[in-house]
Design a protein around this ligand. Sequence first.
Ligand code: 8YV
Length: 334
Amino acid sequence: MNPTEMTRMKPQILIARAIFPEVIAKLAQHFDVESNPSDALWTQAELTHKLQGRQGVFTTGGERIDAELLAACPDLKICANMAVGYNNFDIAAMTAAGVLGTNAPDVLTETTADFGFALLMATARRMAEAEHFLRAGHWTRWRYDMFAGADIHGATLGILGMGRIGQGIARRGAMGFGMKVIYHNRSRLDAATEAECKASFVGKEELLRSADHLVLVLPYSASSHHAIGAAELAQMKPTATLVNIARGGIVDDAALAVALRNKTIAAAGLDVFEGEPKVHPDLLTVPNVVLTPHIASATMPTRLAMAHLAADNLIGYLIHNKPLTPLNPAVLAL
Ligand code: 8YV
């Protein structure tokens, strides 16, 4: 067999966004690869068209894999997400179509927990507001209450969603800052994990009422849509801060902007937004919010590890029939 024929035999995959060249090179050893070096944002129709005849797709979290796309892409066998969250996948439809989904957990846990804590501190200590003030040339003298914020150390840290990242934030709060940590989750952690994180399980209402700082780290789904809306914000302390590093849509951003303006809560730190990269215009005009463009996992080593894990899932499944982090392992038994 000549090299051209061997190339023709490789499974075909699509890489939906620009990613690290070394990861593309690794994939090209095993697959016939179409990549997207210009990082074009394809429409659903373009994505569907590009997937014709392809067995795998490397996705980054923004590409919607739904029943309609699956029906139009009968050769597709695996969608490998370079993200721990996978609300862009309709897992039920994928399982029904015999298409495996994989995500990229664990490799981003500590980096994302670091960022959650950074955003919490920036929010509570009003760092963005203070920096804008300084840059605008308003700093002419000291004042006793200038940008006085809320303490982190010794405060009560509330965590909604206590998976791996939530636990990382709990450990940082309890061990680094002497915080009292309370959490709410669909299911309670086992006693050993609670003890390791020094975290106590409470109901959602108590979490909202008691937290000085509330960090959201739960997955997005129909049941977590607007888990924090006007009614929940009204239950929080007027001195409280809210941090969302989970997904847009978990917070009702319009209601949050109203609550921030009315000082129902003191401040918010947001890395994710409903309908991002659009940001609710009212959030752009309230001063007591720190806004970042979905960068919680963004360190070079972590992003590289996430990309390698997504690539290894494609290689693992299409070449060795052994994916590393399957989301719907039922497909493997088909
Ligand atoms: C990704 C994330 O960078 O892993 C996740 O779930 O939110 C981020 O780490 C993002 O999903 C890319 O779209």
